[in-house]
Write a protein that binds this ligand. Structure first.
Ligand code: UD1
Length: 417
Protein backbone atom coordinates (compact mmCIF):
# COMPACT_ATOMS: atom_id res chain seq x y z
CA UNK A 1 0.00 0.00 0.00
CA UNK A 2 2.65 2.49 -1.02
CA UNK A 3 0.43 5.03 -2.72
CA UNK A 4 -2.88 6.81 -2.32
CA UNK A 5 -4.93 7.77 -5.38
CA UNK A 6 -7.37 10.65 -5.12
CA UNK A 7 -9.94 12.08 -7.48
CA UNK A 8 -10.24 15.56 -6.01
CA UNK A 9 -12.72 18.39 -5.97
CA UNK A 10 -15.48 16.82 -3.86
CA UNK A 11 -16.82 18.72 -0.81
CA UNK A 12 -16.70 16.56 2.34
CA UNK A 13 -20.02 15.66 3.98
CA UNK A 14 -20.98 13.47 6.91
CA UNK A 15 -19.37 12.34 10.10
CA UNK A 16 -16.13 10.65 11.01
CA UNK A 17 -14.92 9.11 14.25
CA UNK A 18 -11.58 10.37 15.55
CA UNK A 19 -9.02 7.65 16.43
CA UNK A 20 -6.96 7.46 19.62
CA UNK A 21 -3.95 9.74 19.85
CA UNK A 22 -0.59 8.45 18.58
CA UNK A 23 1.45 10.87 20.65
CA UNK A 24 -0.45 9.92 23.81
CA UNK A 25 -0.48 6.15 23.20
CA UNK A 26 3.27 5.75 22.56
CA UNK A 27 4.65 7.14 25.86
CA UNK A 28 1.87 5.35 27.78
CA UNK A 29 2.93 2.06 26.17
CA UNK A 30 6.54 2.78 27.16
CA UNK A 31 5.30 3.53 30.69
CA UNK A 32 3.79 0.05 31.02
CA UNK A 33 7.40 -1.06 31.60
CA UNK A 34 7.35 0.71 34.96
CA UNK A 35 4.95 -1.77 36.53
CA UNK A 36 5.41 -5.51 36.86
CA UNK A 37 1.65 -5.95 36.54
CA UNK A 38 -0.76 -6.06 33.64
CA UNK A 39 -2.14 -2.89 32.04
CA UNK A 40 -4.97 -2.52 29.60
CA UNK A 41 -4.69 0.36 27.15
CA UNK A 42 -8.03 1.02 25.44
CA UNK A 43 -8.64 3.00 22.25
CA UNK A 44 -5.06 2.42 21.18
CA UNK A 45 -4.76 3.37 17.50
CA UNK A 46 -3.77 0.54 15.14
CA UNK A 47 -1.06 2.49 13.40
CA UNK A 48 2.46 1.60 12.27
CA UNK A 49 4.14 3.45 15.16
CA UNK A 50 2.10 1.56 17.75
CA UNK A 51 2.96 -1.73 16.02
CA UNK A 52 6.64 -0.71 16.18
CA UNK A 53 6.35 0.08 19.92
CA UNK A 54 4.61 -3.28 20.49
CA UNK A 55 7.47 -5.08 18.76
CA UNK A 56 10.00 -3.26 20.97
CA UNK A 57 8.06 -4.11 24.14
CA UNK A 58 7.93 -7.76 23.08
CA UNK A 59 11.66 -7.71 22.48
CA UNK A 60 12.06 -6.57 26.08
CA UNK A 61 10.09 -9.60 27.27
CA UNK A 62 6.62 -8.07 27.72
CA UNK A 63 3.57 -10.08 26.73
CA UNK A 64 1.51 -7.82 24.51
CA UNK A 65 -1.73 -8.77 22.79
CA UNK A 66 -4.44 -6.91 20.91
CA UNK A 67 -7.95 -7.24 22.28
CA UNK A 68 -11.10 -5.92 20.68
CA UNK A 69 -10.82 -2.43 22.07
CA UNK A 70 -7.19 -2.10 23.01
CA UNK A 71 -3.86 -3.55 23.98
CA UNK A 72 -3.06 -5.70 26.98
CA UNK A 73 0.51 -5.38 28.20
CA UNK A 74 1.98 -7.65 30.80
CA UNK A 75 5.44 -6.52 31.79
CA UNK A 76 6.06 -8.90 34.69
CA UNK A 77 9.34 -10.05 33.20
CA UNK A 78 11.49 -7.47 31.52
CA UNK A 79 14.85 -8.50 30.15
CA UNK A 80 17.19 -5.79 29.06
CA UNK A 81 18.10 -5.90 25.38
CA UNK A 82 19.60 -3.40 22.97
CA UNK A 83 16.86 -1.41 21.24
CA UNK A 84 17.84 -0.98 17.63
CA UNK A 85 16.66 -1.18 14.03
CA UNK A 86 13.93 0.58 12.09
CA UNK A 87 11.45 0.57 15.01
CA UNK A 88 13.92 2.76 16.91
CA UNK A 89 15.40 4.90 14.14
CA UNK A 90 12.11 5.52 12.34
CA UNK A 91 10.11 6.43 15.42
CA UNK A 92 11.02 9.32 17.68
CA UNK A 93 8.90 7.92 20.52
CA UNK A 94 11.24 4.96 20.91
CA UNK A 95 13.25 7.50 22.91
CA UNK A 96 10.66 7.18 25.71
CA UNK A 97 12.03 3.71 26.31
CA UNK A 98 15.17 5.37 27.65
CA UNK A 99 13.44 6.90 30.68
CA UNK A 100 11.19 3.87 31.17
CA UNK A 101 14.03 1.33 31.07
CA UNK A 102 16.22 3.44 33.35
CA UNK A 103 13.30 3.55 35.78
CA UNK A 104 12.61 -0.15 35.60
CA UNK A 105 16.09 -1.67 35.14
CA UNK A 106 18.53 1.11 35.99
CA UNK A 107 20.03 0.81 32.53
CA UNK A 108 19.13 1.16 28.87
CA UNK A 109 20.81 0.59 25.50
CA UNK A 110 19.25 2.34 22.53
CA UNK A 111 20.30 3.03 18.98
CA UNK A 112 20.76 6.77 18.47
CA UNK A 113 17.44 8.02 16.99
CA UNK A 114 19.37 10.42 14.75
CA UNK A 115 17.91 13.40 12.92
CA UNK A 116 14.91 13.26 10.65
CA UNK A 117 13.46 15.12 7.73
CA UNK A 118 11.54 17.69 9.78
CA UNK A 119 14.70 18.86 11.54
CA UNK A 120 17.79 18.05 13.54
CA UNK A 121 15.85 16.73 16.51
CA UNK A 122 18.72 16.64 19.03
CA UNK A 123 18.38 14.71 22.29
CA UNK A 124 20.68 16.82 24.44
CA UNK A 125 17.87 17.89 26.79
CA UNK A 126 16.87 14.26 27.41
CA UNK A 127 20.43 13.20 28.20
CA UNK A 128 21.29 16.23 30.33
CA UNK A 129 18.15 15.84 32.46
CA UNK A 130 18.69 12.13 33.01
CA UNK A 131 22.32 12.81 33.94
CA UNK A 132 21.04 15.12 36.67
CA UNK A 133 19.09 12.12 37.96
CA UNK A 134 22.24 10.02 38.32
CA UNK A 135 22.49 8.43 34.87
CA UNK A 136 25.87 8.07 33.15
CA UNK A 137 25.81 7.88 29.37
CA UNK A 138 28.34 6.50 26.94
CA UNK A 139 27.95 6.59 23.19
CA UNK A 140 29.62 4.45 20.55
CA UNK A 141 28.85 2.60 17.31
CA UNK A 142 25.62 4.57 16.99
CA UNK A 143 24.33 3.29 20.35
CA UNK A 144 23.55 5.20 23.55
CA UNK A 145 24.15 3.35 26.79
CA UNK A 146 22.75 4.76 29.98
CA UNK A 147 23.18 3.33 33.47
CA UNK A 148 22.38 4.59 36.95
CA UNK A 149 23.70 3.00 40.10
CA UNK A 150 21.11 5.01 42.02
CA UNK A 151 18.42 6.82 40.06
CA UNK A 152 17.42 9.84 42.11
CA UNK A 153 15.15 12.84 41.88
CA UNK A 154 16.43 16.24 40.79
CA UNK A 155 15.37 19.81 40.11
CA UNK A 156 15.44 20.09 36.34
CA UNK A 157 15.01 23.34 34.45
CA UNK A 158 14.24 22.81 30.79
CA UNK A 159 15.47 25.69 28.60
CA UNK A 160 12.66 24.93 26.14
CA UNK A 161 9.48 22.93 26.67
CA UNK A 162 10.48 19.70 24.93
CA UNK A 163 7.62 17.19 24.86
CA UNK A 164 9.88 14.15 24.64
CA UNK A 165 12.32 15.33 27.30
CA UNK A 166 9.44 16.10 29.71
CA UNK A 167 8.09 12.58 29.11
CA UNK A 168 11.47 10.95 29.68
CA UNK A 169 11.99 12.81 32.96
CA UNK A 170 8.53 11.80 34.19
CA UNK A 171 9.16 8.17 33.21
CA UNK A 172 12.49 8.05 35.01
CA UNK A 173 11.20 10.16 37.91
CA UNK A 174 8.28 8.00 39.06
CA UNK A 175 10.53 5.13 40.16
CA UNK A 176 13.54 7.28 41.14
CA UNK A 177 14.39 7.87 44.77
CA UNK A 178 13.01 11.18 46.03
CA UNK A 179 11.29 14.08 44.29
CA UNK A 180 11.80 15.37 40.78
CA UNK A 181 10.73 18.87 39.91
CA UNK A 182 10.52 19.91 36.25
CA UNK A 183 10.53 23.64 35.64
CA UNK A 184 9.59 24.70 32.12
CA UNK A 185 7.86 21.38 31.38
CA UNK A 186 5.92 20.98 28.13
CA UNK A 187 2.16 21.26 28.69
CA UNK A 188 0.91 19.21 25.73
CA UNK A 189 -2.24 17.13 26.47
CA UNK A 190 -0.24 14.00 25.65
CA UNK A 191 1.88 14.67 28.75
CA UNK A 192 -1.24 15.02 30.85
CA UNK A 193 -2.37 11.66 29.42
CA UNK A 194 0.92 10.03 30.43
CA UNK A 195 0.60 11.47 33.95
CA UNK A 196 -2.99 10.21 34.19
CA UNK A 197 -1.96 6.67 33.27
CA UNK A 198 0.88 6.76 35.81
CA UNK A 199 -1.46 8.18 38.46
CA UNK A 200 -3.86 5.29 37.73
CA UNK A 201 -0.86 3.01 38.46
CA UNK A 202 -0.37 4.75 41.82
CA UNK A 203 2.28 7.37 40.96
CA UNK A 204 2.20 10.70 42.72
CA UNK A 205 2.51 13.60 40.27
CA UNK A 206 1.49 17.19 40.98
CA UNK A 207 1.00 20.07 38.58
CA UNK A 208 -0.25 18.10 35.57
CA UNK A 209 -1.10 20.37 32.67
CA UNK A 210 1.21 23.12 33.94
CA UNK A 211 4.84 23.94 33.19
CA UNK A 212 5.93 22.93 36.70
CA UNK A 213 5.63 19.25 37.52
CA UNK A 214 6.46 17.63 40.83
CA UNK A 215 6.96 13.88 40.81
CA UNK A 216 7.20 12.07 44.13
CA UNK A 217 9.27 9.06 43.13
CA UNK A 218 9.82 5.64 44.56
CA UNK A 219 6.26 4.31 44.75
CA UNK A 220 5.85 0.74 43.54
CA UNK A 221 3.41 0.93 40.63
CA UNK A 222 0.53 -1.40 39.90
CA UNK A 223 -0.98 -2.19 36.51
CA UNK A 224 -3.86 0.00 35.35
CA UNK A 225 -6.60 0.45 32.79
CA UNK A 226 -6.33 3.52 30.65
CA UNK A 227 -8.21 4.95 27.70
CA UNK A 228 -6.13 6.78 25.10
CA UNK A 229 -7.69 10.19 24.40
CA UNK A 230 -8.77 11.16 20.86
CA UNK A 231 -6.09 12.45 18.51
CA UNK A 232 -6.22 16.24 18.23
CA UNK A 233 -3.85 16.16 15.23
CA UNK A 234 -5.99 13.69 13.27
CA UNK A 235 -9.07 15.79 14.12
CA UNK A 236 -7.20 18.90 12.93
CA UNK A 237 -6.14 17.15 9.72
CA UNK A 238 -9.75 16.28 8.84
CA UNK A 239 -10.86 19.78 9.84
CA UNK A 240 -8.32 21.32 7.44
CA UNK A 241 -9.46 18.93 4.69
CA UNK A 242 -13.03 20.16 5.17
CA UNK A 243 -11.93 23.81 4.96
CA UNK A 244 -10.01 23.01 1.79
CA UNK A 245 -12.75 21.09 0.02
CA UNK A 246 -15.80 22.84 1.44
CA UNK A 247 -18.69 20.91 2.94
CA UNK A 248 -20.06 20.20 6.35
CA UNK A 249 -18.79 17.49 8.69
CA UNK A 250 -18.93 16.25 12.27
CA UNK A 251 -15.61 15.25 13.84
CA UNK A 252 -17.00 12.74 16.27
CA UNK A 253 -15.17 12.68 19.61
CA UNK A 254 -12.72 15.44 18.56
CA UNK A 255 -11.10 16.98 21.66
CA UNK A 256 -12.35 20.54 21.12
CA UNK A 257 -10.97 21.67 24.48
CA UNK A 258 -7.43 20.97 23.23
CA UNK A 259 -7.97 22.64 19.86
CA UNK A 260 -8.75 26.27 20.67
CA UNK A 261 -5.98 27.70 18.46
CA UNK A 262 -6.85 25.33 15.61
CA UNK A 263 -10.50 26.39 15.79
CA UNK A 264 -9.40 30.03 15.83
CA UNK A 265 -7.33 29.48 12.68
CA UNK A 266 -10.25 27.61 11.07
CA UNK A 267 -12.50 30.58 11.68
CA UNK A 268 -9.89 32.94 10.17
CA UNK A 269 -9.80 30.63 7.15
CA UNK A 270 -13.54 31.09 6.76
CA UNK A 271 -15.03 28.00 8.42
CA UNK A 272 -17.77 28.01 11.03
CA UNK A 273 -17.12 25.52 13.80
CA UNK A 274 -19.27 24.75 16.79
CA UNK A 275 -18.75 22.33 19.61
CA UNK A 276 -21.44 19.81 20.52
CA UNK A 277 -21.56 16.90 22.93
CA UNK A 278 -20.61 14.63 20.04
CA UNK A 279 -17.54 16.56 18.90
CA UNK A 280 -16.83 19.42 16.51
CA UNK A 281 -19.30 20.35 13.76
CA UNK A 282 -18.04 22.47 10.94
CA UNK A 283 -19.35 24.17 7.87
CA UNK A 284 -16.83 25.37 5.30
CA UNK A 285 -17.51 27.71 2.40
CA UNK A 286 -15.28 25.93 -0.11
CA UNK A 287 -13.34 29.16 -0.61
CA UNK A 288 -10.68 29.22 2.10
CA UNK A 289 -9.51 32.67 3.15
CA UNK A 290 -5.83 33.59 3.55
CA UNK A 291 -4.52 34.40 7.03
CA UNK A 292 -2.26 37.29 7.87
CA UNK A 293 0.13 35.15 9.92
CA UNK A 294 -0.10 31.59 11.19
CA UNK A 295 2.53 30.83 13.84
CA UNK A 296 3.24 27.40 15.32
CA UNK A 297 3.90 27.35 19.06
CA UNK A 298 4.14 24.87 21.93
CA UNK A 299 0.73 23.91 23.37
CA UNK A 300 -1.72 25.63 23.66
CA UNK A 301 -0.50 27.39 20.52
CA UNK A 302 -1.16 26.25 16.96
CA UNK A 303 0.53 22.81 16.69
CA UNK A 304 3.52 22.32 14.41
CA UNK A 305 2.00 18.95 13.48
CA UNK A 306 -0.84 20.79 11.67
CA UNK A 307 1.31 23.39 9.95
CA UNK A 308 1.66 21.39 6.71
CA UNK A 309 -2.09 20.72 6.57
CA UNK A 310 -2.77 24.45 6.96
CA UNK A 311 -0.15 25.20 4.30
CA UNK A 312 -2.01 22.98 1.81
CA UNK A 313 -5.29 24.79 2.47
CA UNK A 314 -3.75 28.28 2.36
CA UNK A 315 -2.14 27.36 -0.97
CA UNK A 316 -5.62 27.35 -2.47
CA UNK A 317 -6.87 30.49 -0.72
CA UNK A 318 -7.13 33.68 -2.78
CA UNK A 319 -4.44 36.00 -1.42
CA UNK A 320 -1.26 35.99 0.59
CA UNK A 321 -0.62 34.21 3.89
CA UNK A 322 2.48 34.05 6.05
CA UNK A 323 3.28 30.84 7.88
CA UNK A 324 5.88 30.87 10.62
CA UNK A 325 7.31 27.62 11.99
CA UNK A 326 8.78 28.10 15.45
CA UNK A 327 9.37 24.46 16.52
CA UNK A 328 11.19 22.54 13.78
CA UNK A 329 13.56 23.89 11.17
CA UNK A 330 12.66 21.63 8.27
CA UNK A 331 8.89 21.48 8.18
CA UNK A 332 8.54 23.26 4.84
CA UNK A 333 9.84 20.42 2.68
CA UNK A 334 6.28 19.66 1.66
CA UNK A 335 6.07 23.07 -0.06
CA UNK A 336 8.03 21.74 -3.03
CA UNK A 337 5.49 18.96 -3.58
CA UNK A 338 2.53 21.32 -3.09
CA UNK A 339 4.06 23.64 -5.69
CA UNK A 340 3.92 20.74 -8.15
CA UNK A 341 0.16 20.86 -7.66
CA UNK A 342 -0.04 24.54 -8.61
CA UNK A 343 0.67 26.11 -5.22
CA UNK A 344 2.96 29.13 -5.02
CA UNK A 345 4.73 28.75 -1.70
CA UNK A 346 7.92 30.68 -1.30
CA UNK A 347 10.17 29.56 1.53
CA UNK A 348 11.86 32.66 2.94
CA UNK A 349 14.06 30.73 5.39
CA UNK A 350 13.89 27.66 7.63
CA UNK A 351 11.19 29.26 9.75
CA UNK A 352 9.04 31.27 7.36
CA UNK A 353 7.06 30.72 4.17
CA UNK A 354 4.97 33.14 2.15
CA UNK A 355 1.99 31.49 0.51
CA UNK A 356 0.78 33.30 -2.59
CA UNK A 357 -2.67 31.71 -2.65
CA UNK A 358 -3.21 30.25 -6.10
CA UNK A 359 -7.01 30.02 -5.89
CA UNK A 360 -6.97 26.36 -6.84
CA UNK A 361 -4.71 23.32 -7.08
CA UNK A 362 -4.46 20.66 -9.75
CA UNK A 363 -3.75 16.95 -9.41
CA UNK A 364 -0.21 15.61 -9.77
CA UNK A 365 2.04 12.77 -8.69
CA UNK A 366 3.67 13.80 -5.42
CA UNK A 367 5.75 12.10 -2.76
CA UNK A 368 5.21 12.00 1.02
CA UNK A 369 8.55 12.39 2.77
CA UNK A 370 7.29 12.45 6.35
CA UNK A 371 4.11 11.83 8.31
CA UNK A 372 2.36 15.21 8.60
CA UNK A 373 3.64 16.51 5.26
CA UNK A 374 2.21 13.34 3.71
CA UNK A 375 -1.20 13.98 5.24
CA UNK A 376 -1.04 17.53 3.84
CA UNK A 377 -0.52 16.10 0.35
CA UNK A 378 -3.64 13.96 0.79
CA UNK A 379 -5.57 17.10 1.74
CA UNK A 380 -4.18 18.89 -1.33
CA UNK A 381 -5.25 15.92 -3.47
CA UNK A 382 -8.79 16.11 -2.06
CA UNK A 383 -8.90 19.82 -2.89
CA UNK A 384 -7.31 19.61 -6.34
CA UNK A 385 -9.06 19.32 -9.67
CA UNK A 386 -8.27 15.97 -11.28
CA UNK A 387 -6.22 12.98 -10.18
CA UNK A 388 -3.50 12.96 -7.55
CA UNK A 389 -1.19 10.11 -6.68
CA UNK A 390 0.62 10.38 -3.35
CA UNK A 391 3.53 7.96 -3.01
CA UNK A 392 5.57 7.27 0.13
CA UNK A 393 2.38 6.54 2.09
CA UNK A 394 3.93 4.27 4.74
CA UNK A 395 4.91 7.56 6.41
CA UNK A 396 1.23 8.52 6.60
CA UNK A 397 0.21 5.15 8.05
CA UNK A 398 2.61 5.78 10.95
CA UNK A 399 0.00 8.09 12.41
CA UNK A 400 -3.33 7.67 10.61
CA UNK A 401 -5.29 4.49 11.24
CA UNK A 402 -7.73 4.72 8.34
CA UNK A 403 -7.13 7.90 6.41
CA UNK A 404 -8.59 6.62 3.12
CA UNK A 405 -11.61 4.91 4.69
CA UNK A 406 -12.32 7.97 6.83
CA UNK A 407 -12.27 10.32 3.84
CA UNK A 408 -14.35 7.85 1.79
CA UNK A 409 -16.97 7.94 4.56
CA UNK A 410 -17.01 11.70 4.10
CA UNK A 411 -17.73 11.23 0.38
CA UNK A 412 -14.22 11.55 -1.07
CA UNK A 413 -12.98 9.41 -3.95
CA UNK A 414 -9.76 8.07 -2.49
CA UNK A 415 -8.09 4.65 -2.34
CA UNK A 416 -4.83 3.18 -1.15
CA UNK A 417 -3.13 1.10 -3.83
C1 UD1 B 1 6.78 15.74 19.96
C2 UD1 B 1 5.77 15.07 19.07
C3 UD1 B 1 5.75 15.72 17.70
C4 UD1 B 1 5.53 17.21 17.84
C5 UD1 B 1 6.53 17.81 18.81
C6 UD1 B 1 6.24 19.29 19.12
C7 UD1 B 1 5.70 12.78 19.77
C8 UD1 B 1 6.02 11.37 19.43
N1 UD1 B 1 6.13 13.69 18.90
O1 UD1 B 1 8.06 15.54 19.36
O2 UD1 B 1 4.69 15.13 16.95
O3 UD1 B 1 5.71 17.79 16.57
O4 UD1 B 1 6.48 17.12 20.06
O5 UD1 B 1 4.94 19.46 19.56
O6 UD1 B 1 5.04 13.07 20.76
N2 UD1 B 1 14.86 19.88 21.20
C9 UD1 B 1 16.19 20.11 21.52
N3 UD1 B 1 16.84 19.19 22.31
C10 UD1 B 1 16.20 18.08 22.78
C11 UD1 B 1 14.84 17.87 22.46
C12 UD1 B 1 14.20 18.80 21.67
O7 UD1 B 1 16.79 21.10 21.09
O8 UD1 B 1 16.85 17.30 23.49
C13 UD1 B 1 14.15 20.87 20.34
C14 UD1 B 1 13.70 20.25 19.02
O9 UD1 B 1 14.72 20.26 18.06
C15 UD1 B 1 12.54 21.14 18.65
C16 UD1 B 1 11.93 21.49 20.00
O10 UD1 B 1 12.93 21.22 20.97
O11 UD1 B 1 13.00 22.29 18.02
C17 UD1 B 1 10.68 20.74 20.38
O12 UD1 B 1 10.92 19.35 20.28
P1 UD1 B 1 10.16 18.31 21.22
O13 UD1 B 1 9.07 19.02 21.94
O14 UD1 B 1 11.16 17.58 22.00
O15 UD1 B 1 9.51 17.34 20.15
P2 UD1 B 1 9.39 15.79 20.21
O16 UD1 B 1 9.18 15.32 21.61
O17 UD1 B 1 10.50 15.20 19.43
Amino acid sequence: MDSIHIHGGIALQGQVHIQGSKNAALPVLAATLLTAERSYIRNCPRIADVHAMVSLLKKLGCHVSWREDGLQVDSAEVSLGAMQGEAVKGMRSSLCLLGALLGRCGEAVLEHPGGCVIGERPIDLHLRALEQMGVTFSEGKGMIRGAARRLHGARIELPLPSVGATENIILAGVLAEGDTCIIGAAKEPEITALCRYLQNCGASIEGTGTDRLLIHGGTRLRGADFTVPPDRIVAGTYLMACIGTGGCILLEGAPAGEMADVLKAASQMGASCWVTEEGICMQASGFPRPVERLVTMPYPGFPTDLQSAALAVLAAAEGQSIVEERIFENRFRVAEELNRMGARIEQVDAHMAVVHGAGKLHGAEVEAKELRGGAALVIAGLMAQGETKVTGCPYIYRGYENICKDFRELGARIASV
